[in-house]
Design a protein around this ligand. Sequence first.
Ligand code: SF4
Ligand code: SF4
Length: 151
Amino acid sequence: MGYFSEIYQGAKSLVIGMRISLDQFLKNFRGDYNTPYPHKTLPIPERYRGHIIFTNDEAGKSLCIACKSCERACPSACILVEGEKKEGEKKKSATLFELNYTTCSLCGACVEVCPTDALTFSKRYNLANTSKAVYAKIDLIKDLENRMQKK
Ligand code: SF4
Ligand code: SF4
């Protein structure tokens, strides 16, 4: 009795396994699982952290007042900020804002500490280059200018 019961159980689990495999196989063909990247991409989750970028006001200007709080808070020393108070303006603004993304741990300390909410995480997930040096000096001021030009 035990012998036939084992054969039955084995055959049953084989059929169940085959059915699951076939189901997954057909779903792949229907495109339920595969995303034909780069032609299509999945929505990036709200909480995803790409490298930091500047936020901006309605006029497209950065909210950064060059206070250097982010530079001091960064545990990896990967932020370099310089700023000045331009003529006719009440606050300082950044004249240089460089991020060394090669050492950034995406900890978020810079975003949290910023008193003006001038920083946020980008949704960039597919950066690629043959040279690491490109990401050692990401110019956030230039990046904001480029984004505003594309709008
Ligand atoms: S996310 Fe963290 S490691 Fe990266 S720049 Fe900001 S403070 Fe530095
Ligand atoms: S990004 Fe924020 S914390 Fe960093 S220098 Fe500018 S205002 Fe200060």
